[in-house]
Design a protein around this ligand. Structure first.
Ligand code: MRU
Length: 359
C-alpha cells in the first residue's frame, strides 16, 4: 500500500494532514495545516514536495484560504481566493503542477459564480479532492504503461524521489517499478542520493525498501561509473515541468544523467502526468529554475562543510533536452522520442489540463 502523503480531514471547515518529509527517514510524522500560510511554508521548506503533491497541497491550501471567508458577494470572495492563490504561487517556481492546480481552482470558482457562497466553498473542496483522486489514477496508469518497458531482472537507476511521497498514490517513476513488481518481474534499483537535500537517500530508498524492491544507494557522482560497468538497464526519473517540445525540468543532476545514459546506450525514461506539461512554453529554455539557499550546500547535517563566505550556486532543477529522452511515460500512454507534434497529439483531448492548452 502506498503512503498517504497528504489528506484532507473533515468537510468544509476541515484541515490538511501531510507527512513532514524533512523528518524522514528517521521520523514518520503527520503535521496539520490549517491556514494558507502554513501550506505555503510546508511547500517552501519541502515538508511536502514533488510536483504532483505540491499541486494537491496548493489546491487544498486555496480551500483553507477561502473556507472562513466572510465575503458577502462573489467579487469579494474572488478577492480572498486570489490573495491565497498569490501567496501559494510564491512558494516554489518550477513545478508547473502548482500553477496548474491553482488555475483550475480559480476556474472552478469562476464557473460557479452563481452558487451561494457556502455551496461554492463545498464545490472548491470537491475540486481539490478531485485533483487528488485524478493523480491517484494517473500514478496507476503511468505504472501500467511504464512496467511494459522493463524486463524481468532489469536494474533501474533513479534520481531524487518520484514516488508515493511525491504524489497522491505510488508515484510516477517509482510507479513503474512498483507496477513491474506487481506484474511478477524482479527489478532492482540504484538510487542516487540527490545532493543537496538527499531526496534519493532519505525518501526513495525508504519507499523502495518498504516495497521489498532490492535497492542500492549511490552518490550522484557514481552513476556514470555504474552505467559504464553495464549494471544499469534503464534510467527512470520524474518531472517538474515539461515544455511543449518535450524538454524536461527535473531535479538538478537529471540532465547529467541523461547525457551519461545516452553515452552508454542506456534508455532514459521520464514518467509524468498530463498536469506536468506546460504547453505555453515552446521549449525548456523558458522554464523558471528555482535557486535555493546557499546554506543547503555550505552546511550538511547541521555542520559547516565549506569556508565562510564561499560563493555558492544552488539551482534546484535542470533541463534535459527532449533529444536525450527515449520516451515520456504518461497516464495516457508513451511518447517515444518526444516532439511537439507527438505531445500535442497525445494530450489535446485530455480531460484535465495540461497547462496552457486552449480551453
Ligand atoms: O525539490 P523536490 O524534492 O520537490 O523535487 C522533486 C523532483 O524533482 C521530482 O523528480 C519531481 O517533482 C517529480 S515527482 C513525481
Amino acid at each position: 500500500m502506498p503512503v498517504e502523503t497528504i489528506r484532507w480531514v473533515g468537510g468544509v471547515g476541515g484541515h490538511i494532514e501531510l507527512i513532514d518529509q524533512t523528518l524522514l527517514p528517521v521520523e514518520f510524522k503527520y503535521i496539520e495545516c490549517r491556514t494558507t500560510e502554513q501550506v505555503w511554508e510546508a511547500i517552501k521548506v519541502l515538508r511536502v514536495r514533488g510536483a504532483p503533491a505540491i499541486g494537491i497541497a496548493a489546491a487544498m491550501g486555496l480551500v483553507l484560504g477561502v473556507q472562513d471567508s466572510t465575503a458577502q458577494s462573489f467579487d469579494e470572495f474572488l478577492q480572498d481566493l486570489r490573495e491565497a492563490k498569490e501567496l501559494l504561487q510564491k512558494s516554489r517556481p518550477t513545478a508547473v503542477n502548482l500553477f496548474w492546480a491553482l488555475e483550475r481552482m480559480e476556474r472552478t470558482a469562476l464557473e460557479n459564480s452563481d452558487l451561494p457562497l457556502g455551496e461554492l466553498k463545498a464545490r472548491l473542496l470537491r475540486e481539490a479532492l478531485a485533483i487528488l483522486e485524478e493523480d491517484r489514477q494517473s500514478c496507476r496508469a503511468i505504472g501500467r504503461h511504464g512496467a511494459a518497458l522493463l524486463r524481468d531482472g532489469d536494474t533501474v537507476l533513479t534520481h531524487c524521489n518520484a514516488g508515493g511521497l511525491a504524489t497522491a498514490d505510488y508515484g510516477t517513476a517509482l510507479a513503474v517499478l512498483f507496477a513491474a513488481k506487481e506484474a511478477g518481474k524482479s527489478i532492482s534499483v540504484f538510487a542516487d542520493e540527490t545532493r543537496p537535500l538527499l531526496q534519493g537517500a532519505r525518501l526513495t530508498t525508504w519507499e523502495l525498501l518498504q516495497a521489498g524492491i532490492p535497492t542500492t544507494l549511490i552518490c550522484d557522482s557514481m552513476a556514470a561509473a555504474v552505467m559504464r560497468e553495464g549494471r544499469v538497464d534503464a534510467v527512470i526519473v520524474g518531472a517538474d515541468r515539461i515544455a511543449a517540445n518535450g524538454d524536461v525540468a527535473n531535479k538538478i543532476g537529471t540532465y547529467g544523467l541523461s547525457v551519461q545514459a545516452r553515452h552508454h546506450g542506456v534508455p532514459f525514461y521520464v514518467a509524468a502526468p498530463a498536469s506536468t506539461f506546460d504547453l505555453r512554453l515552446e521549449d525548456g529554455s523558458r522554464i523558471p529554475i528555482e535557486e535555493r539557499d546557499p546554506e543547503e550546500i555550505r552546511r550538511w547535517g547541521g555542520r559547516q562543510i565549506a569556508p565562510d563566505g564561499i560563493e555558492v550556486y544552488n539551482p534546484a532543477f535542470d533541463v534535459t533536452p527532449a533529444a536525450n529522452i527515449t520516451a515520456i511515460i504518461t497516464e495516457r500512454g508513451l511518447i517515444e522520442e518526444p516532439t511537439t507534434g507527438k505531445i500535442a497529439a497525445l494530450l489535446e483531448n485530455a480531460e484535465q489540463g495540461p497547462f496552457g492548452r486552449a480551453e
